[in-house]
Design a protein around this ligand. Structure first.
Ligand SMILES: Nc1ncnc2c1ncn2[C@@H]1O[C@H](COP(=O)(O)OP(=O)(O)OP(=O)(O)O)[C@@H](O)[C@H]1O
Length: 235
C-alpha cells in the first residue's frame, strides 16, 4: 500500500456532457513520481477523465484533489498554475506557427523562450534542426515532440497524456514513451490514457482499467493481468 498523499486523485468522480452522464463514480490516484496508465476500449470514458483532471470539464459529483486539496471548480488555467499540464488528443500544436513560435506561445506562463528552446532541442535535436519550419509540416512524431516540449515549459508536476500513440509509427511511440520514462526518472508524474495497453504497460507503475465510465480494476500491471484481458491489450 502506498500511504503517500496522491498528487492527483479522483474520488467518486462524476461528469456529464449536458444531460448525458459519462463518468459514474471514477476512483483514481496518481502518486508522486509514478506513471498511471488508464486503459480500456473506445468510449469507456478515458478522455473524459483526462478532461476532468485538466480542468476542462467540471465534475457533477465526487471530488478532484491535487496534493490532497479539493479543487473541484478549477479551470484549465488554475490547473496549469497548480502544476497540471496536458497534451490533448490531437496534440495541440499550432500548425501555422513555426516550431520556435510554438515554443514562444508556451512562454505565457513565465518560462523564457531561450530556456524552452534549449530544453526542447537538447531533448529532441530534430526540433532544433526544424525550428523555422511550420509545425503543420512536421511528421506526427515530431509534432508530438513539440507538444511535449510545450507542455514541459510550465515545469509541471503532473503530465496528462491522452492517446500519445495515436497515428504514430510503432518506433516513434516507443521513442516517445522512452522520453516519458526519462521524465519520470527526473521526478515527473504521469497519467496516460491509452487504448492500446501494450505500448504503455512497460513504463506504468499502475494500470487502471476503465469501462462504462468507471475504473473497474486497478493495480500493478502484473497483478491485474487477468482483467487486462487480451481484448484490452489490442494493437
Ligand atoms: N462532447 C461530447 N458530447 C457528448 N458525448 C460525448 C462527448 N465526448 C464523449 N462523449 C461520450 O462519452 C463517452 C465516453 O467518451 P470518452 O471519449 O471519454 O471515451 P474514451 O474511453 O476516451 O474513448 P476514445 O478512445 O474513443 O476517446 C462515450 O460514450 C462518448 O460517446
Amino acid at each position: 500500500m502506498n500511504e503517500q498523499v496522491p498528487l492527483l486523485e479522483l474520488a467518486g468522480a462524476r461528469a456529464a456532457y449536458g444531460p448525458i452522464q459519462v463518468l459514474h463514480g471514477v476512483d483514481l490516484k496518481v502518486h508522486p513520481g509514478s506513471v498511471v496508465a488508464l486503459l480500456g476500449p473506445n468510449g469507456g470514458g478515458k478522455s473524459t477523465t483526462m478532461k476532468v483532471c485538466a480542468g476542462l470539464l467540471p465534475l457533477t459529483g465526487g471530488e478532484l484533489r491535487l496534493a490532497g486539496r479539493r479543487v473541484n471548480g478549477m479551470t484549465a488555467q488554475d490547473a496549469a498554475r497548480l502544476g497540471v499540464c496536458s497534451i490533448p488528443e490531437g496534440r495541440g500544436v499550432f500548425p501555422n506557427l513555426t516550431v520556435r513560435e510554438n515554443l514562444w506561445a508556451a512562454t505565457g506562463t513565465g518560462a523564457r523562450l531561450a530556456d524552452l528552446e534549449e530544453a526542447a532541442y537538447s531533448r529532441f535535436p530534430i526540433l532544433g534542426e526544424r525550428r523555422h519550419q511550420l509545425a503543420g509540416s512536421l511528421s506526427g512524431g515530431q509534432q508530438q515532440m513539440l507538444a511535449l516540449s510545450r507542455a514541459l515549459g510550465t515545469d509541471p508536476a503532473i503530465l496528462l497524456l491522452d492517446e500519445l500513440s495515436m497515428g504514430l509509427a510503432p518506433m516513434i511511440v516507443t521513442q516517445m514513451y522512452d522520453t516519458v520514462a526519462q521524465l519520470v526518472a527526473e521526478g515527473l508524474s504521469v497519467l496516460v490514457a491509452e487504448q492500446f495497453a501494450r505500448v504503455v504497460l512497460p513504463i506504468a507503475d499502475t494500470a487502471a482499467l476503465m469501462l462504462h465510465g468507471r475504473v473497474v480494476a486497478s493495480g500493478r500491471p502484473g497483478d491485474i493481468e487477468d482483467q487486462l484481458s487480451s481484448s484490452y491489450l489490442g494493437g
